[in-house]
Design a protein around this ligand. Structure first.
Ligand code: FE
Length: 256
């Protein structure tokens, strides 16, 4: 299967997986980029996977379903366009002989799910995480707890390709540098991402192992990050991990 990010709106990606004749799309906020890609590569749409309810992830679902009949899979606890197969943590969406495992990633919205496709046939594992994890950052926390979200992502293999729904990487990396100015991996990664963006290329997918080295939101237990957050937010020395994470998120919200 080939993984293709279809740019939509100002900075969204609609992820498409295709095998030369069939395609799966994730979070089609707009139908047109998907129709264009299906026509260009002569593909049948086999399924639509949705991670969350907001319009920039679901705006194209109804039109794509109406035109192609492709089944829609989505989070059971979020109001997404009907009809769809509602999925809970531990369920899976079976499409084109692949099994996409559903993982709860509450935090951005309470019912947000991610899809994990394990490695297979020369393909690295894939994570379609919507608005929960971005390269160098994470989604704003609205409805869940950070601890839940961290726990959801902690168990995944390092070679997982992280397919985020937005190209926020460079802005996130500016913040990451403020938290960890001495992180050499972060410096190298930033140079690579700047060069990709200068060529008009996506910085995504990222890799989970890379994110664990450069993304402050996956590093809230690291001494450097802990020290920076404590200095910034005047947290007590025995603050819980969730408090550190929440203070880090608040710092990012205020960061300019
Ligand atoms: Fe979004």
């Amino acid at each position: 299967m080939t993984l293709v990010p279809l740019p939509a709106f100002a900075d969204n990606y609609i992820w498409m997986l295709q095998d030369g004749s069939n395609a799966i799309v994730v979070d089609p906020g707009d139908a047109q980029p998907v129709f264009d890609a299906l026509a260009r590569d002569k593909l049948q749409l086999a399924a639509i996977l949705v991670t969350r309810h907001h319009h920039d992830h679901t705006g194209g679902v109804a039109a794509l379903h109406a035109a192609t009949g492709a089944p829609v899979f989505g989070p059971a606890r979020e109001p997404i366009p009907e009809p769809f197969t509602p999925l809970l943590h531990g369920d899976s969406a079976k499409v084109l002989g692949k099994r996409f495992a559903v993982i709860d990633v509450p935090g951005h919205t309470a019912g947000h799910i991610a899809y994990f496709l394990p490695a297979g046939e020369g393909q690295a594992p894939l994570l379609f995480c919507g608005d929960t994890l971005f390269s160098g950052g994470c989604g704003r926390l609205f409805e869940g707890t950070p601890a839940q979200m961290l726990a959801s992502l902690a168990a995944l293999p390092g070679d997982t390709r992280v397919c985020c729904a937005h190209e926020y990487t460079l802005a996130n990396l500016r913040f990451a540098h403020a938290v960890e100015p001495g992180n050499a991996d972060l410096t190298h990664y930033t140079a690579r991402c700047e060069s990709l963006r200068a060529q008009g290329q996506p910085t995504l997918p990222s890799q989970l192992a890379t994110e664990r080295r450069i993304n402050p939101f996956l590093r809230s237990r690291e001494a450097t990050v802990l020290r920076a957050v404590r200095e910034h937010a005047e947290l007590s020395a025995n603050a819980a991990e969730a408090d550190v994470f929440a203070a880090l998120r608040q710092w990012k919200n205020d960061f300019r």
